[in-house]
Design a protein around this ligand. Structure first.
Ligand code: SAH
Ligand code: SF4
Length: 431
């Protein structure tokens, strides 16, 4: 979502005469688009700020955007006086005014109000597609309040963007050559919207929205991220069964495999309901790949609880999974729980979990060898005469193909695996 937001900010600044530079030292304006999810990400902001000495020396401006801006507001100025602008994730569309304000007035230009709906459409306006795959924000915020997580505080309550506005943006992207869209939201499967004109039902969930967008000419692939297990409804599962444009890949974070820990995390599901949910989804779409997120070392997690997490991972068999050491975030209920886990134990558990997840990922990739997969080729590859694209399962696939295959979905035969990609051969057309 931050990548998407950064792209939209770039688009918004273009008409003002700004263009991106690879060298921050020569910039007139540096925007750090920040993440507050774990302490390490938030602290990185201050070390980056310390490095931006040239910008100020040359009279440039420094801005902090995103969730650290939202959470820390004007306190950022106290720790880093060189900062000129601070604005939260719901204020990006006001960037031109904020820059003007900062040029006009001394002191900090600050904006941390919530206005998600207004922002969705303001950012989409006049959007220029960049390539064949595009992100589209359809939802922001979260009402789940997992006890470890800052998102409900930094991104605000769950807000859904309107069906017609989403369809208009997707139509516009398709007209510019976009083939694949990824619908974005912190809690994307909580999306609800009005049914489009002529539909029999009154409202749509995410499954209905995917079917609606699948009818847009030129759109061949639809993905979405990130989902919460409690919001996986029947409509969405059914869409996996019978909407071929919905890609067979689902990111469904679980966080832990121990019910006691899931309860303390306020996750609203148990290990068993999660596993049964995955089984139902696999029944609907047998070739689906599952990815997830895991946290080790949440307060109260003992060796037994951690082993339950390993057992859940064994049961699910992830194609890919992110895993993190629990990070104590100020203001969240988890931060004040007793039985915080020592850092060295978290590190040791993370290593064991990641070894298992890596084996599962390599196993999943190896299963593709010999198969023919449809790949959307997006860019030139590492070598001449080669292109790289994405399989239905988000794997990077390299294949010898001519440039005119760019932007097309081409079936290729998977030959071998590399640590982070697959090698494929073009099919012999005559065969
Ligand atoms: N809405 C998404 C997740 C958003 S945050 C969801 O519920 O799945 C992305 C991931 O960061 C989470 O899934 C979680 O695994 C991790 N995360 C969030 N807060 C964390 C914390 N305090 N410490 C460690 N990992 C955290
Ligand atoms: Fe955070 Fe996701 Fe839980 Fe919301 S559902 S509080 S974003 S982890």
């Amino acid at each position: 979502m931050n990548v998407y937001d950064s792209e939209r900010m770039t688009g918004l600044l273009r008409p003002l005469g700004y263009s991106p530079t690879a060298n921050p030292d020569e910039a007139d304006l540096v925007i750090l688009n920040t993440c507050h999810i774990r302490e390490k990400a938030a602290e990185k902001v201050y070390s980056e700020l310390g490095r931006l000495t040239e910008v100020k020396a040359r009279g440039g401006k420094i801005a902090v955007a995103g969730c650290v801006a939202q959470a820390e507001g004007k306190e950022i100025k106290a720790r880093a006086p060189q900062v000129d602008l601070v604005f939260g994730p719901q204020s990006y569309h006001h960037l031109p005014e904020l820059i003007a304000k900062s040029a006009r007035e001394a002191g900090l230009a600050l904006e941390t109000d919530f206005a998600a709906v207004e922002k969705f459409d303001a950012l989409a306006e006049g959007r220029q597609a960049d390539g064949y795959a595009a992100f589209v924000t359809i939802q922001e915020g979260c009402d789940k309040f997992c006890t470890f997580c800052v998102v409900p505080y930094t991104r605000g309550a769950e807000v859904s963007r309107g069906t017609d506005a989403i369809a208009a943006e997707v139509r516009d992207l398709a007209a510019q050559g976009v083939v694949e869209i990824t619908l974005l939201g912190q809690n994307v499967n909580a999306w609800r919207g009005a049914a489009p004109a002529g539909a029999t039902q009154d409202s749509l969930g995410l499954g209905g929205l995917c079917r609606h967008l699948a009818q847009i000419d030129g759109i061949e692939r639809i993905r979405f991220t990130t989902s919460h297990p409690a919001d996986m409804d029947d409509e969405l599962i059914a869409a996996f069964a019978d909407e071929p444009k919905l890609m067979p890949y689902l990111h469904l974070p679980v966080q832990s495999g121990a019910d006691r820990i899931l309860k303390a995390m306020n996750r609203r599901h148990t290990a068993d309901t999660y596993i049964r949910m995955i089984e139902r989804i696999r029944q609907a779409r047998p070739d689906i790949a599952i990815s997830g997120d895991m946290i080790v070392g949440f307060p109260g997690e003992d060796e037994g609880a951690f082993e339950e997490t390993l057992a859940l991972v064994e049961a699910v068999e992830y194609a890919s999974c992110f895993s993190f050491k629990y990070s104590r975030r100020p203001g969240t209920p988890g931060a004040t729980l007793p039985k915080q886990v020592a850092e060295d134990i978290k590190a040791e558990r993370l290593q064991r979990l990641q070894a298992l997840l890596e084996r599962q990922k390599q196993h999943f990739n190896a299963q593709q060898v010999g198969k023919i997969l449809p790949v959307l080729f997006e860019k030139p590859g590492r070598e001449a005469g080669q292109l790289v694209g994405r399989s239905p399962y988000l794997q990077a696939v390299f294949a010898p193909l001519p440039d005119h295959a760019l932007g097309q979905i081409v079936p290729v035969r998977i030959l071998s695996t590399r640590p982070n990609s697959l090698e494929a051969a073009a099919l012999d057309v005559a065969a």
